[in-house]
Design a binder for this molecule. Structure first.
Ligand code: SAM
Length: 198
């Protein structure tokens, strides 16, 4: 059963974690749950780039058999969130570095530096080479970095992007022929879905 916005709110509230919903793509609306539940027809494994506190990974895990989620930094709260959403066994969490001690500007500068240097993508590419996945959700830096994030997952069947309206994201969406659904952009890899539907 897909966790919709109401389920997520209820479960996080019960666990005293409702404030974690801020800044998640699941916040205030059901579009994320609706899109991934419709896409899930016959799909098994999903990848996420940009875990943050893990709420979208949790919703994805209510739909897909397994979710592999990647971030630059570990956020320990993810464990409690995945437990509250009852999906902890279906999620594999990969973290590139461990700068939880940094905050504010210093922290954001470090994230930008890691993205510029590209080492995080080498890390993700190395893990993904052994995973056969069907769907990817890209929700990391909402700028020109989406191009290199996409490169990591472009061979799967569907790629969903957060924040279609950010200029860097929208420009890239148009270039690859992704279309807008609510605040998201959806790319279908026709080569992969054709084979899948035969
Ligand atoms: C908007 S938040 C993700 C929110 C989450 N998907 C949700 O909706 O619940 C973006 C996250 O991407 C991470 N990030 C930034 N650049 C990244 C990269 N190149 N690879 C993986 N994660 C990245 C940040 O640390 C941050 O946690």
């Amino acid at each position: 059963m897909v966790l919709n916005h109401i389920d997520v709110v209820k479960r996080l509230k019960r666990a005293g974690l409702l404030d974690c919903l801020a800044k998640s793509s699941v916040n205030k609306r059901n579009a994320f749950s609706i899109i991934i539940s419709v896409l899930n027809v016959g799909l098994g494994k999903a990848v996420e780039i940009g875990t943050y506190k893990g709420i979208t990974a949790g919703v994805m895990a209510s739909v897909f058999d397994k979710v592999y989620t990647f971030d630059i930094v570990r956020r320990p709260i993810t464990d409690s969130i995945w437990k509250a959403l009852e999906v902890e066994k279906k999620i594999k969490y990969f973290v590139f570095g461990n700068k939880v001690d940094l905050e504010g500007k210093e922290f954001n500068d470090w994230i930008d530096k890691v993205n510029r240097e590209g080492r995080v993508r080498e890390f993700i590419a190395d893990k993904l080479k052994d995973i056969d996945f069907d769907f990817a959700y890209i929700d990391a830096k909402h700028d020109k970095n989406v191009r290199s994030d996409f490169k990591l997952v472009e061979n799967c069947k569907y790629v969903l992007f957060d924040d279609y309206f950010y200029p860097g994201v929208k420009k890239f969406m148009n270039e690859i022929g992704a279309f807008q659904i609510d605040r998201f952009g959806l790319y279908e890899n026709k080569k992969a879905t054709k084979k899948f539907m035969e």
